[in-house]
Design a protein around this ligand. Sequence first.
Ligand SMILES: *Cc1c(COP(=O)(O)O)cnc(C)c1O
Length: 340
Amino acid sequence: MCPRYKPVESPDESTLFPYHSLTPPTTADIYSARTVIAEYLPETALVYCEWLSTELDADVYLKREDGLPTGAFKIRGGVTLLAELAEQFRDTGLVAASTGNHGKSLAYAGRLFDVPVVICVADDANPEKVNSIEQLGAEVQQHGHSYDEAREHAERLATQKGYRYVHSANEPALIKGVGTAGLEIVSELPDIDVIFSPVGVGTSAAGYCLTVGEVADADVIGAQAAGAPAMYRAWQNGTLTPHERTETVAEGLATQVPFALTAGILQRRLDDFLLVEDNAIRHALRKMLTEAHVLMEGACATGVAAALQYGERLAGQTVGIPVTGRNLSVDTLQTVVDTI
Ligand SMILES: *Cc1c(COP(=O)(O)O)cnc(C)c1O
């Protein structure tokens, strides 16, 4: 059962399982990934947002990643990883830990490429996301009180069963895949000045750094929930120290541990990084719903909240904001609607 790939030792003490590769993808790698995923996924729309443009006195475009299957951008990474998966793992399959959307992405891609998938989630994971992972044909194992406990469970399973462990950040194929969204933006909007990306484990922001940042020379600005600032601290201090608490409405961003591959890319290329309070995330969610009639997850609204926090500094600029996902739980939607 012993996997035959050459493992790379973990640079952070918190991860029990060695990685497959920690070499950052290049912008050229992302161009290649774009031709691969074009076979399986549609390009997503880039839509002018009247409300945010007026609010910020800027030209604001939303990259509608919620239009992808699974309703979130992560599917780009899942499809890219499965499309190039080594033969030795096709029968044994994959294991991963997820707060929801990473799991949905791998479940969808596993079904597409006929590879078995096991997803580990915390006991209190968003039940709608858990259901949809199961509906896509993956096995779900609920374990522990947090994403990080579920992650350690997945790492143990990988060792015991010989599954291909798919980490949510330290996977060049995922960054390369999600980066394709940035290339689509650059093709349509080459004079973009700035893009705001929410940051959980940092694949989305890393993808924008390597595309919208490198190719269009735009500023790439990351945004993380103040209640879960692990990657922010890593970016600020250049360390990979875990952060004990994660408390935020943006469950898609709740990780205690910052990860080396994405942290390295963000440290090299991210122009600014904001922390956003939950009340500002809720405000952005509410406004996007009532003013722009766009439904998004808390994780996604974090990017909108960061743009609103930037405020006047964006006047006259061409701004991109990805709608990273639409899988808001009905309970959270209810509390948002109740406060309108
Ligand atoms: C995962 C996720 C994010 C954050 O992306 P990372 O790659 O973890 O930084 C943002 N929004 C949504 C909807 C997500 O699912």
